[in-house]
Design a binder for this molecule. Structure first.
Ligand SMILES: NC(=O)c1ccc[n+]([C@@H]2O[C@H](COP(=O)([O-])OP(=O)(O)OC[C@H]3O[C@@H](n4cnc5c(N)ncnc54)[C@H](O)[C@@H]3O)[C@@H](O)[C@H]2O)c1
Length: 257
């Protein structure tokens, strides 16, 4: 299943790469010739994901680790650098979801969502950019959400954490541009992953699909295609942007007709 080798010999880290969107990105990058490093809190699933990629002819290794734990992230990045000597691409894909009405969302939600969804990007990025700045080369992709750009009921803390990811992306892009490091974000709409299936039933997913002008929810591979574009040299003049990949959900107020 090898592609056009648009990422030949690039070393790419994908956080949360054991499942859903992260796995699709890891598999796509490997099929384009990248050496992929999966970091995921679930060690067994991460190892299985890397094994699936290797079985399809790609190169992938896995590390168990929590991206909001600086010590563990530093250990993993040192090991990756010892093994491959460089890191070209960092995809900050980890994100968790909790949702209640705004007035009911407990402080613990807010703390957890900002810890994982925001610091879980800050920490790997701070560790990896030191190396990228020395090499004066690198690409970072942060996974935000459509919830960052439109108001939605039932998950203010999640939306706010994903909005913070967009501000962070712009700040990082400005500060890292002098080092030839591009930083962009992707805002997926509802995507058929274990996360979405855990928090919606079939009727809800049908309703969501009817609000996408393309008439269906995203597959993880749809998001991986956008990540490949942003990671590749084809996006060499693109930085500080948020690419909304949502089947047109956010550009219309009407259901599909
Ligand atoms: N699925 C959707 O509809 C959707 C829509 C918009 C944005 N997103 C975003 O896309 C990203 C991926 O979501 P998904 O749907 O593929 O989720 P998922 O739950 O299927 O996968 C997330 C992965 O991250 C791992 N993970 C969770 N916390 C971690 C931590 N602290 N450290 C390391 N690994 C951790 C999980 O083990 C899992 O393998 C998230 O940032 C999510 O917010 C998803």
């Amino acid at each position: 299943m090898l592609g056009n080798m648009r990422l030949k010999d690039k070393v790419a880290i994908v956080t949360g790469g054991a499942s859903g969107i992260g796995f699709a990105i890891a598999a796509k990058f490997a099929s384009e010739g990248a050496k992929v490093v999966i970091i995921d809190i679930t060690g067994d699933k991460a190892e299985e994901a890397a094994e699936r990629i290797r079985k399809s002819g790609g190169e992938a290794i896995a590390f168990q680790g929590d991206v909001s734990s600086r010590g563990r992230v530093e250990e993993i990045i040192s090991e990756v650098l010892r093994r491959y000597g460089k890191i070209d691409i960092l995809v900050n894909n980890v994100g968790i979801y909790r949702g209640k009405s705004f007035w009911e969302e407990p402080l613990e939600f807010w703390e957890l969502l900002f810890k994982v969804n925001v610091l879980g990007i800050v920490i790997p990025s701070q560790v990896v950019v030191k190396h990228m700045m020395e090499r004066r080369s690198g690409v970072i992709i942060n996974i935000s959400s459509k919830a960052a750009v439109v108001g939605e009921p039932g998950h203010a803390a999640y939306s706010a954490s994903k909005g913070a990811v967009l501000s962070l992306t712009r700040a990082m892009a400005v500060e890292l541009a002098p080092y030839n490091i591009r930083v962009n974000a992707i805002c997926p709409g509802p995507t058929e992953t274990p996360l979405l299936f855990a928090v919606t039933d079939e009727d809800e997913r049908k309703r969501m699909a009817s609000r996408c002008i393309l008439g269906r929810l995203a597959k993880p591979e749809d998001i991986a295609g956008a990540a490949l574009y942003l990671a590749s040299d084809e996006a060499s003049y693109v930085t500080g942007q948020a690419l909304i990949v949502d089947g047109g959900m956010t550009i219309t107020a009407v259901e599909r007709f």
